[in-house]
Design a binder for this molecule. Structure first.
Ligand code: PBG
Length: 327
């Protein structure tokens, strides 16, 4: 026998030396929820360890993210049900919960971490869709883009470094780029949810944002069956001026992620979504799986497939592990 690949697996030091992929805190982005009308943070039962924040507890979490060396923090807003309407007005209101949260975080952490915002209507509409509806109840693409521009400009004004259009409307990136530039925010970047699939793994997120949706998002989010289409969507977003692309969900879409990463000339992010995270938590609670190891392995696999950046609810604990390992 001449070739013995096991030789490089002999000791922890050798394995560490030859590891092709490492989790670094600077690549990780923590998704967070800020909710209106709370006196204290409220646990989300379907997402163990994740809460709906008050503005104050959100700021504390942002400081923890900076301390851990995370690359970014992605904010989602949860308004009062009474404030939801057909066009999601409270989303772009300067005193709406998301923009208040953004302003508080931007004020507290400045440029020490990249502050991002979900740029979508679903949390703010009374019907729960990501867009505005036409007379027949269908999501109206172009009217929705006009609302996305208003959302994005309000988020830039509140202090977001990156806006994250996640509604899968055609032309949303180009519309937002034009709108941001026209409003004087040419330095505000766009992290485009490019290949976003209509996934069953968003289930726990719907509880996290008190979603009003009945039905599904299959007329705008992609069919999980389609790989080529994901690449097409990513190419279009790059042409429209996206500064970063995203594939979502992550772990079940590593083929799409690898395709996009191989051809993109901008950085590529992947979102380990609520269901991917919650399944690991649930199995670990039953003692069926090792939580830390499974989360680390799942994020390593996402990086190995080509992601430059990973959004994950486990960002802080993974960063702590990485920081501990480095000491
Ligand atoms: C839409 C949005 C969703 C998620 C992120 N942005 C929900 C959806 O598309 O239904 C899901 C994130 C997750 O499941 O962790 N604003």
């Amino acid at each position: 026998m001449i070739v013995r690949p096991r030789r490089l697996r002999t000791t922890p030091a050798l394995r560490r030396l030859v590891a092709e992929t490492r989790i670094h805190p600077a690549q990780l982005v923590l998704p967070v929820f800020v909710a209106d009308g709370l006196d204290a943070p409220r646990p989300i039962s379907s997402l163990p360890g994740v809460v709906q924040h008050t503005v104050d507890s959100l700021v504390a979490e942002a400081r923890r993210a900076v301390e851990a060396g995370l690359g970014g923090i992605m904010l989602f807003g949860v308004p009062l049900d009474a404030d939801k309407d057909a066009v999601g007005s409270v989303g772009s209101a300067p005193d709406g919960i998301l923009n208040r949260g953004l302003a508080a975080v931007a004020d507290a952490v400045g440029d020490d971490i990249v502050v991002m915002a979900d740029t979508c209507l679903d949390e703010f509409t009374d019907h729960g869709h990501c867009g505005v509806l036409d007379g027949r109840g269908r999501v109206d693409n172009d009217a929705t883009n006009e609302r996305y521009v208003e959302l994005a400009v309000s988020q830039a004004r509140a202090g977001a470094h990156l806006v994250g259009p996640s509604g899968m409307m055609d032309g949303q990136v180009a519309a937002i780029r034009d709108g941001l530039d026209a409003a004087g925010f040419s330095d505000t970047g766009i992290l485009a949810y490019s290949a976003k699939y209509a996934s069953a793994f968003y289930g726990p997120f719907r509880e996290a944002v008190n979603s009003a949706l009945s039905g599904d998002r299959r007329t705008y989010q992609q069919d999980p069956a389609n790989r080529r289409e994901g690449v097409r969507e990513a190419d279009l977003d790059e042409l429209e001026g996206a500064d970063l692309l995203m594939v979502k969900p992550a772990g079940y879409y590593l083929d799409v992620l690898a395709d996009v990463a191989a051809r993109s000339s901008v950085p590529v992010a992947a979102y380990q979504v609520s269901g991917e995270y919650a399944m690991v938590c649930a199995a670990a609670e039953r003692g069926w799986i090792n939580r830390d190891a499974a989360l680390a392995e799942s994020v390593t696999a996402i990086l190995r497939a080509g992601a430059d950046i990973v959004l994950t609810y486990a960002a802080l604990e993974l960063a702590d592990a990485a920081n501990g390992a480095r000491r």
